[in-house]
Design a protein around this ligand. Structure first.
Ligand SMILES: NC(=O)c1ccc[n+]([C@@H]2O[C@H](COP(=O)([O-])OP(=O)(O)OC[C@H]3O[C@@H](n4cnc5c(N)ncnc54)[C@H](O)[C@@H]3O)[C@@H](O)[C@H]2O)c1
Length: 437
């Protein structure tokens, strides 16, 4: 990355493109609409509430992040979505049953005006869903063109000066990188040949990148985590990031594990199980779709605890993750963790976590921050994989050959230092100058 010479101001409106108009998308949109009317507060969003320390502690300079870097304002956001179900954002939010009527009714009209565009939907990637609001054009290459057309039409109609996209669609079946994903040329050939290794989310992402629209991947889908996409993102001067919003249980894991490791406490086992009953849970009930999520959730501990560096503490760690679809719970997920740890002289101890969380309430602020930071990154001239946004993901994408950083606190430091560097401020090392000044 090069330090930006000029960072243009966020003038005009910002289009936020959302493939998938389900629980997360509607909770995110509703939160933005309510916040800009002063009817609720965007809690959990770093861009809206976070601060950043600048210079030495003695300088007492701690502005809000939104006053430090030039971010788009909530008032400037316009929303567009695709879904295979035809319900508008109001109906979809009611169905998702995340927000109460006291939050939906005041913004009912604005939500109802957001109608999903027909989806790119080849059902083999998400077998549990059956919708009718789908595109029916020829090949996968034609599908890319149809999405590009949607993007251009919405931008023209809304008068948005800039755009970003955040994937809030379902988790697709597990896919491995294949030769079709190796380069721009092989990917474009595969699109023409309807190659099965190109999923729905890849079609959208290709279209966004071709239009120079930054893309964040909120699901564990492979999507932009392949060389062809990264090549195209660099060529189009467009930032990308992913994968899989870090909420709920994995958020807790990346808060707790760094603490245990910091104190050199051993971990023998970590058993995580969830019950959830929303549409996401229904999709994840299919073993092929669950595999994508399982792989995404399992990598976290390995990278934080580094068993190869600390074999006596973490070498025998048994890590298990389960997700169970349980309709009565809806979006109000429950995640249990049993952690078997050991300390001084090897004496065993246990930690039990029972997190009664709300999935979409934790995911919505992430969508907002990613939309605003991706827009900032593009104006700063950043392109390709944005590792400084790892803070938001379960499986952060990295430059080829590097391992991902999962520790939430290192991720936050990296994010804030990137903002300081972007704005020409000194990086914070936490070194005590008083010892040698
Ligand atoms: N809520 C969380 O805490 C959280 C955390 C991490 C990741 N995620 C991921 O975010 C995504 C959204 O979660 P959700 O709870 O809103 O799920 P949801 O099922 O409520 O919404 C997803 C929507 O995407 C639609 N969809 C599926 N394929 C599509 C396609 N090809 N084109 C357009 N629309 C499509 C579905 O019809 C559905 O309405 C899921 O992939 C989920 O795994 C959510």
């Amino acid at each position: 990355m090069q330090r930006p010479q000029t960072l243009s101001a966020p003038e005009g409106r910002l289009a936020v493109f959302l493939p998938g108009l389900g629980a997360v998308s509607t909770t995110f949109i509703a939160g933005c609409l309510l916040s800009r009317r002063g009817l609720a507060r965007p809690i959990g969003s770093l861009t809206q509430t976070g601060t950043i320390r600048l210079g030495k502690r003695t300088e007492s300079r701690t502005p809000r992040i939104s006053d430090f870097v030039p971010l788009a304002r909530l008032e400037d956001l316009c929303f567009a979505a695709w879904d295979l179900y035809p319900e508008d954002a109001y109906e979809s939010a009611v169905q998702a049953n995340v927000l109460e009527a006291r939050h939906l009714e005041p913004i009912r009209e604005e939500l109802a005006a957001i109608r999903p565009m027909p989806a790119v939907f080849y059902p083999e990637y998400v077998k549990r869903l059956h919708g009718t609001n789908v595109k029916t054009v020829g090949s996968k290459a034609d599908m890319v063109e149809a999405v590009r057309d949607d993007v251009r039409r919405f931008r023209a109609a809304s008068g948005c000066a800039r755009a970003v996209a955040v994937w809030c669609g379902s988790t697709e079946i597990y896919l491995e990188p294949s030769p079709a994903h190796a380069s721009i040329a092989s990917f474009e050939k595969a699109l023409l040949e309807n190659d099965p290794s190109i999923s729905n989310s890849m079609i959208y992402a290709w279209a966004f990148l071709k239009e120079g629209v930054p893309f964040a991947n909120g699901a564990p889908n492979l999507t932009v985590d392949v060389p062809a996409m990264q090549e195209l993102a660099r060529e189009m001067q467009t930032p990308i990031c992913g994968k899989d919003f870090k909420t709920g249980q994995t958020l807790m894991k990346t808060i707790l594990a760094p603490g245990l490791k910091a104190r050199m406490l051993g971990v023998r086992g970590w058993f995580s199980t969830n019950i959830l009953g929303n549409r996401d849970g229904e999709v994840l009930d299919d073993p092929d779709n669950f595999k994508s999520k399982e792989v995404s959730k399992l990598g976290v501990l390995e990278h934080i605890l580094q068993p190869s560096v600390y074999p006596e503490l973490y070498g025998d760690l048994y890590h298990k993750v389960r997700i169970n679809y349980y309709p009565p719970r809806g979006d109000a997920k429950e995640g249990w963790d049993n952690i078997d740890i050991f300390g001084w002289l090897g004496y065993p101890m246990q930690i039990k976590v029972d997190f009664l969380c709300r999935d979409s309430i934790l995911a919505a602020p992430i969508v907002l921050d990613l939309a605003l930071f991706l827009d900032l990154a593009q104006r700063a001239g950043f392109r390709g994989v944005q590792e400084w946004l790892s803070f938001y993901f379960k499986t952060p994408m990295t430059a080829p050959g590097l391992y991902p950083e999962h520790d939430l606190f290192i991720q936050l430091m990296k994010l804030k230092n990137t903002l300081r560097w972007m704005m020409g401020e000194e990086l914070i090392t936490h070194l005590g100058h008083e010892y040698y000044d």
